[in-house]
Design a protein around this ligand. Structure first.
Ligand code: UTP
Length: 276
């Protein structure tokens, strides 16, 4: 139903310096798999085989990761190590990867607008790979695609966060229209505890309808002087409809060091095959 997913991967990842000085944050491995690969696998599982990467300077390793490495593959061909490449080979075989560069880091809204030529005029997913989401059943994007079938409007994934953490997120308010689904009437990017309309925080999964591009074009820079997707979605909620979905599964904030360590421990203890 939704064929394309946008991956904004142009950010500097300053919270991981010096590791991210010359290496993209999205290539940091949670155990043995880079963050961006978890994200691409989630999108492909949701049927979004067309993966559009919004990259920037110093991000070439991401493009290389989704390409064949003949020398390495030839070297380990026929050895037991070859099994370690099965997952990424499957991703490369199934997915189609396109790229565009964001020349200046002007915020997530601007990164999404930069991806417009790769998306065109259809609804699309957006996945921020520093939010690692794990669920035993369908992944978060697959859950959201199911909801899109019903509502045919933009959808944001939300999670309840402790009230004193709201300042890190876009926060929504809205009427619950069924279990875990809210019709959004207000959104605020990085509010203070007093300003926050709820403790439902937007995390890095979106389904957006293509009219969002025109709205972003008209959206002035907001919090931190950046063009915020939350501000554009607030306009879309006012003039059309935006739903928020409290997803099933666990989410790790891998854009922060504590969240990254927590994800690493969780994946090692629960998902990493013991015979490797
Ligand atoms: P973050 O706010 O986590 O920023 O962006 P960052 O630069 O990656 O990390 P820190 O804060 O310096 O450590 C959220 C997501 O949006 C992307 C980032 O790559 C990340 O996936 N992004 C953000 C862009 O692609 N372009 C931008 O201009 C801003």
């Amino acid at each position: 139903m939704i064929k394309k997913c946008l991956f904004p991967v142009a950010g500097y990842g300053t919270r991981f310096l010096p590791a991210t000085k010359s290496m993209p944050k999205e290539m940091l491995p949670v155990v043995n798999k880079p963050l961006v690969q978890y994200g691409v696998e989630e999108a492909i599982e949701a049927g979004m085989l067309n993966c559009a990467l919004v990259t920037g300077r110093g991000k070439r390793a991401i493009a290389d990761h989704f390409d064949t490495n003949y020398e390495l593959e030839h070297q380990i061909s026929g050895s037991s190590k070859e099994t370690l490449l099965e997952g990424i080979r499957d991703v490369i075989d199934r997915g189609v990867f396109t790229m565009v560069r964001q020349r200046e880091m002007k915020g997530l809204g601007h990164a999404i607008l930069t991806g417009e030529p790769l998306i065109g005029s259809e609804a699309f997913g957006v996945l921020l790979s520093d939010d690692l989401c794990i669920n035993e059943g369908p992944g978060v994007l697959a859950q959201m695609t199911e909801l899109y079938r019903q509502f045919r409007c933009s959808i944001v994934a939300v999670q309840e966060v402790p009230k004193d953490q709201v300042y890190k997120y876009g926060v929504i308010a809205g009427e619950a229209i069924k279990d875990d689904v809210y019709r959004v009437d207000k959104m605020v990017e990085k509010p203070s505890v007093e300003e926050a309309p709820s403790n439902l925080a937007i995390i890095g999964r979106y389904i957006l309808t293509p009219d969002i591009f025109d709205i972003i074009r008209e959206t002035p820079p907001g919090a931190n002087g950046e063009v915020q997707i939350t501000d554009a979605l607030q306009t879309q909620a006012r003039t059309g409809a935006v739903m928020a979905y409290k997803f099933k599964g666990r989410r790790f904030d891998c854009g922060s060091v504590p969240g990254f360590v927590e994800a690493t421990n969780y994946v090692y203890e629960n998902l990493y095959p013991s015979d490797l």
